[in-house]
Design a protein around this ligand. Structure first.
Ligand code: AMP
Length: 294
């Protein structure tokens, strides 16, 4: 069953989208997929733009995946704005939206999960046990249903992008993974569907995440390469921004997510903190002078 709007077709059935993707590829068309939970913003749309540049056909999936939420998290209240999302995708020139129901994705007999790779253990994996198992499982399922040539993910969820890159490599999935830069508000706050939970004061406080990360970047450029000193400074900035509940502040190797002591090679600074009742994550690359990232 599909419904068309301004050149964008909404599909809800796995068999239908799989057949469309296969048919396109048989006609030598390349397919790009962008996986989202909807409530789309410019960050999501930047992935779609990248897919449109690289590929002949684009599929944007919209699905709030229950298996990646822990009990007590915001699964029920997560914003669901399908009609607006389809309008935004159609304005961007997206070809297909795949928006399956829970019943379509998980049969009552469902019981097979993907064990996430080692890079899933720390940070989000430690603070949200079971989250990455839900992510790897649903992403692999989507790659079965939408066997695209390239799948696009955001740097904003850096650990997630690494988990997916490893899974695709380890399980020899035939889709290439492309990771695109984080899109930010003019003042630096990383776009997130969860930003809409913030009231005005929290919105101001949330900037502390970006301030802490960019301060670390500045200090690295000025040759402060001691990771524990940098972490301490970042923590102070978060506390000064009235962010008292910090889940983690990490300065790590970009490929292994193992702590670095001295930043003599490019590293990732990543953090998660609660602003009011909203949990936000962000990260930046720390590149000491004279180094380059991959
Ligand atoms: P979500 O809907 O939050 O699951 O995100 C879907 C995809 O969009 C993921 O690959 C995210 O990393 C990516 N994404 C979310 N926010 C941003 C952002 N601000 N900039 C770039 N990509 C983003």
């Amino acid at each position: 069953m599909s419904e068309s709007r301004d050149g964008t077709t909404v599909i809800t059935q796995c068999d239908e989208i799989r057949a469309l993707v296969r048919r396109a590829q048989q006609h030598d068309q390349t397919v790009g997929v962008v996986m989202t939970m909807g409530a789309l913003h410019e960050g999501h749309l930047s992935l779609l733009d990248a897919a449109r540049k690289d590929c002949d056909i684009t599929v944007t999936t919209i699905y709030v995946n229950p298996t990646q939420f822990l009990p007590g998290e915001d699964f029920e209240k997560y914003p669901r704005t399908l009609a607006d999302d389809v309008t935004a995708i159609s304005r961007c020139g997206g070809d297909y939206v795949f928006a399956p129901s829970n019943g379509e994705m998980y049969s009552p007999r469902f019981s097979t999960y993907v064990l996430p790779p080692k890079v899933a253990e720390r940070f989000e994996g430690a603070h949200r046990p079971g989250h990455f198992r839900g992510v790897t499982t649903v992403v692999l399922k989507f790659l079965q249903v939408v066997p695209a040539d390239i799948a696009y993910f955001g740097h904003k969820d850096y650990q997630q992008s690494l988990v997916i890159r490893r899974m695709v490599e380890d399980l020899q999935v035939g889709t290439s993974i492309r990771v695109c830069p984080t899109v930010r508000e003019p003042d630096g706050l990383a776009l997130s569907s969860r930003n809409r939970y913030l009231d005005d004061t929290e919105r101001q406080n949330a900037l502390g995440l970006y301030r802490a990360l960019t301060r670390a970047q500045e200090l690295v450029k000025r040759n402060e390469l001691n990771a524990s000193r940098l972490r301490h400074i970042m923590e102070t900035i978060l506390v000064e921004s009235n962010i008292s509940r910090i889940d983690y502040i990490g300065i790590v190797d970009p490929e292994t997510l193992i702590d670095v002591e001295t930043i003599d090679e490019p590293a990732i600074a990543l953090l998660a903190a609660h602003v009011g009742t909203t949990r936000l994550i962000d990260n930046v690359l720390l590149a000491p002078i004279g180094t380059s990232f991959r």
